[in-house]
Design a protein around this ligand. Structure first.
Ligand SMILES: [Zn+2]
Ligand SMILES: [Zn+2]
Length: 292
């Protein structure tokens, strides 16, 4: 039983806890593995954020440019400048070293999806020996909808239109066949802006697209620690993924060692409740089913 979504560095300005961003002292990665194993995970899939690595600057480009909302573009530009403090080469070397030392780890990456740059991104990633790629929508064009500083946009745009904008891109990602797993498939709810009823039409389109392309999705406990106070995906969406034979991974989206593998029993319970009996793992971009 794995945890297939783990970061080695938290977001935001360095708070003095743990190593400085982009540094990996001896035993640091190992502490994530130890916490994960203690909670019942048997392999840890590291998935650092591509956009936080300076090597991504050229291929991702400045997606907030030519913005419809210059205020959001400014906030996103500031966020990326603050957060782009990691090195992809160094991250890959650290995880590869852990593998070579015999630790039960996988080399993954959390890839931000922008339709206009995904091909260039995949060209960059081809040079690295990834076991799996997870794909994420964190931005609707210039709008970083899961950043508290940009929460006000839900009110300007309206919650339903915000969800439609998010699910349109997430569904395009699902259909693209470019990644192995879709991360936090309804993360638009993260900051607590909800519709009165689950958007079943948007859920169905996403689940059907994932079913057609063959991509997996994750059952993630990270939303339990956000204003949404709910796992990703919502049970209605997970039920639809199951109906379309979309496989799952279990994930924590940890950014600190003690968060690795947390609440995985709840994720497994949710998955089983809608009918899942297997989850998948990866090795060198090849997928394998194992019992849940
Ligand atoms: Zn994410
Ligand atoms: Zn993540």
């Amino acid at each position: 039983m794995g945890d297939h979504h783990v970061h080695l560095h938290p977001h935001g300005a360095y708070d003095g806890v743990g190593p400085e961003p982009g540094t990996y002292p001896d035993g640091f990665l190992d502490s994530f593995v130890e916490h994960g194993l203690a909670k019942g995970a048997d392999e840890i899939g590291f998935t650092e954020h591509l956009y936080r690595c300076h090597e991504s600057a050229e291929v991702l480009g400045q997606w907030w440019e030519n913005a419809e909302y210059p205020d959001l573009a400014t906030l996103t530009a500031e966020h990326v400048a603050l957060e782009r403090v990691l090195s992809l080469d160094r991250y890959v070397a650290v995880v590869t070293d852990a593998k070579d030392r015999g630790l039960p780890v996988l080399l993954g990456l959390e890839v931000d999806f922008f339709p206009q740059t995904i091909e260039a991104v995949l060209g960059l990633l081809d040079r690295y020996p990834f076991d799996f790629l997870i794909g994420s929508t964190h931005w609707v064009r210039e709008w970083g909808f899961d950043l508290p500083s940009q929460l006000y946009e839900f009110d300007r745009r309206g919650v339903r239109e915000s969800y439609e904008d998010y699910f349109a891109i997430e569904t395009e990602l699902a259909a693209s066949g470019t990644v192995d797993v879709l991360a936090h498939t309804d993360v638009v709810k993260k900051l607590g802006k909800r519709l009165p009823e689950p958007p079943t039409d948007l859920h169905e389109e996403l689940a059907a697209a994932a079913g057609r392309s063959g991509v997996a999705i994750e059952v993630s406990t990270a939303g339990l620690y956000q204003p949404a106070n709910e796992m990703y995906p919502h049970p209605d969406l997970l039920t639809r993924f199951h109906a379309h034979d979309v496989p799952i991974t279990i994930s924590s989206d940890a950014h600190r060692p003690h968060e690795t593998g947390r609440d995985r029993d709840l994720a497994i319970e949710l998955a089983r409740s809608v009918g899942y009996r297997e989850r998948v793992t990866f090795f060198q971009r090849k997928r394998q089913s194992v019992p849940l």
